[in-house]
Ligand binder design. Structure first.
Ligand code: ADP
Length: 161
């Protein structure tokens, strides 16, 4: 069975990568679906977010990374995947994800969702926090892969203070 892992991934973090590694061992194929234009400000373009994610999972044969717009249930159906994967951190993720799950079920009862608990090491980690602390000058190399840390530094230099 194939599964779709949708998200903004602005940028990909070690928490996302951990979920994909674990999912790739469970499912025949994992399609990472990068939301092109999420309803929030993004730092990286969709193509940059895809390239950064690809650079993090290129050792996994059964993982592909692509962009999407529109409903995740449609993406799952079009990809021939009956399943959406989401990661769950302790705290606020549950409420949001539960609400989204129920809405997706309402839209497409045939598409199932699987929630993978974030490993303890990455519970506190979000793309938003990584961007925030990188902007303030923190070293983020223990939170994201080296190529993502480098891309963040370049992007923040480009956009300036
Ligand atoms: P979205 O904008 O759709 O929430 P994100 O890129 O923030 O996209 O996250 C994509 C998915 O990865 C979501 O299911 C989110 O809960 C999950 N996720 C984010 N950070 C982590 C983490 N540190 N550990 C595990 N899952 C995570």
């Amino acid at each position: 069975m194939k599964a779709v892992y949708p998200g903004s991934f602005d940028p990909v973090t070690n928490g996302h990568i951990d979920i994909v590694h674990r999912a790739s061992r469970i499912f025949d194929g994992v399609i990472v679906a990068v939301y092109e234009a999420p309803p929030k400000n993004v730092l990286f373009t969709a193509q940059e977010r895809v390239a950064l994610f690809r650079g993090a999972v290129n050792t996994l044969d059964n993982v592909e990374v692509t962009t999407f717009n529109g409903l995740t249930v449609d993406v799952a159906r079009e990809a021939g995947a009956g399943l959406i994967i989401r990661g769950l951190r302790a705290g606020s993720d549950f409420e949001n994800e539960f609400e989204m799950f129920l809405m997706n079920k309402n839209l497409a009862a045939d598409v199932e969702a699987v929630y993978m608990m974030s490993n303890l090491q990455w519970q506190f980690l979000s793309s938003a926090r990584v961007k925030e602390i990188a902007q303030l000058g923190a070293d983020v190399r223990d939170l994201v892969p080296p190529h993502v840390a480098a891309a963040l530094a370049t992007k923040l230099r480009e956009i300036g203070p």
